[in-house]
Design a protein around this ligand. Structure first.
Ligand SMILES: [Zn+2]
Ligand SMILES: [Zn+2]
Ligand SMILES: [Zn+2]
Length: 446
């Protein structure tokens, strides 16, 4: 087994490669430029690399653009290469009460700090991508085993629902109507994702849902604009992708033909593909109402708390059986949850004593720092290339925490940083200074 860490600037993209099957963990970048290259060029290199792997699944830790924008690009321009057998998502969809969490996620996406006008809500963009070509979705939460060798450590559904309740109750008090409308939309989003967890009928799997014509790249000027339009990486401000997936609806006719034996299924599929855009429109209409604006104003007051929800649901996982090559992937998990996970707070899943490889949470930034030294990790992966985007905003809090440099009393610990220029541990003896840095390469194998 080896891990390929791709250099996607401030973003995550890892491929855990195995002889039998591979798992891609996240695929996104917040930068519009990575190492001076337009990010679409970097996405193309990664996509070409992925096409060399026969059997692969995809796991998305959460729905921030720096973890999914590459996937959205792939669905728009390289749909031919989109050949995952299964997609894993954090479970914010399976239980009826999760509509409240989803409502808060939608609300978080439209608070002032979260997005500029016109930017897309990430859940809708993702839904649209996932609906464009059906792949079976599996939902994961603490305790779920997957791929026959990994166990999810987070999200803990009870914990998320408890926190949802606190925030939700404080908001519904004076905004009952707007909140009820929002929850109705959230419930439809939930049902949509849930419908993609169903097994697909044979006919549907075989059919190519969209015709070749739809794969032809459209107006490149527009696509260029959409790719450079957002450059705000960072905890609070991970930018929102504007990549609009053109879903050429006329082509649903072709899909219907292919699945002629199961007209009901074809009809269901057509409805599914149209759904994200419809829901997004509904949400926009709701946003235009005075009642929603008032709700938004109240929400702004606890904006920080609300935006945290997008990391509260982040997937974290490890390999199930303790062995030589223990892995810990932490997505952008919140530090207080990382502590709970490390303490095995519910007695269900102890962490391993030692890790061969750890992907640090949230790009190694100070706000999400966690001290992994007691696990004597051999390799730490720190995907942070914030300084190599073309953004003028180069804030300190997006850099790799210098505390990670403290790990260097551990013999043979390696830190794989995307770029030394973003690493405050660099001065502190980070091994990225010597040889472990990924820049300027596209990837490094660990
Ligand atoms: Zn994130
Ligand atoms: Zn992130
Ligand atoms: Zn470093």
């Amino acid at each position: 087994m080896r891990i390929r860490m791709y250099n996607v600037g401030f973003g995550d993209c890892f491929c855990i490669r195995d002889r039998k099957s591979s798992l891609l963990v996240d695929f996104g970048a917040a930068n519009s430029k990575i190492e001076g290259r337009p990010r679409r060029e970097v996405f193309d290199v990664i996509i070409s690399d992925l096409t060399t792997i026969r059997k692969k699944n995809l796991l998305l830790t959460h729905f921030h653009p720096d973890h999914v924008s590459g996937l959205l690009y792939m669905m728009r321009y390289r749909r031919d290469a989109y050949e995952f057998e299964k997609i894993y998502l954090p479970d914010v969809f399976s239980g009826p009460e999760m509509k409240y969490t989803l409502a808060l996620l939608l609300l978080a996406d439209v608070t002032k700090k979260a997005s500029l006008p016109g930017r897309r809500v990430s859940l809708f963009a993702l839904a649209e991508a996932l609906c464009a070509r059906r792949v079976k979705i599996d939902l994961l939460s603490r305790g779920s085993e997957f791929e026959g060798k990994y166990t999810a450590l987070w999200p803990d559904l009870r914990e998320v629902s408890r926190e949802t309740e606190d925030v939700f109750n404080s908001l519904i008090e004076n905004h009952e109507n707007a909140m009820t409308e929002l929850v109705n939309i959230a419930e439809e989003v939930r049902q949509l994702f849930l419908s993609m967890t169903e097994e697909m009928p044979e006919a549907e799997q075989k059919s190519a849902p969209l015709s070749e014509a739809s794969l032809v790249e459209e107006d490149t000027e527009e696509s260029e604009r959409s790719l450079t339009g957002q450059t705000e990486p960072g905890g609070e401000n991970e930018g929102y992708t504007q990549e609009k997936l053109e879903l050429i609806m006329e082509d649903t006719g072709a899909a219907a033909e292919d699945t002629a034996e199961a007209p009901e299924e074809a009809e269901k599929e057509r409805a599914r593909r149209l759904k994200p855009e419809k829901l997004e429109k509904k949400f926009r209409e709701l946003q235009a109402t005075g009642e929603f604006q008032a709700l938004l104003e109240s929400a702004e007051k606890q904006g920080h708390f609300l935006r945290q929800f997008r990391h509260k649901i982040s997937l974290a996982f490890q390999n199930t059986g303790d062995g030589e090559l223990n892995l810990l992937f932490t997505g952008d998990v919140q530090p207080q949850y990382m502590r709970m996970i490390a303490e095995n707070y519910d007695g269900r899943i102890p962490l391993h004593e030692h890790y061969w490889c750890i992907k640090v949470p949230h790009h190694g930034t100070e706000s999400h720092f966690f001290d992994f030294s007691s696990f004597s990790p051999e390799n730490m992966m720190i995907p942070n290339g914030a300084y190599y985007d073309n953004s003028k905003k180069k804030s300190k809090n997006q850099r790799t925490s210098m505390q990670y440099g403290g790990l260097f009393y551990i013999n043979d610990a390696h830190m794989y940083c995307s770029n030394c220029d973003c690493c405050d541990s660099y001065e502190n003896g980070c091994s990225c200074r010597e040889y472990d840095v990924i820049s300027p390469s596209y990837y490094k194998d660990i």
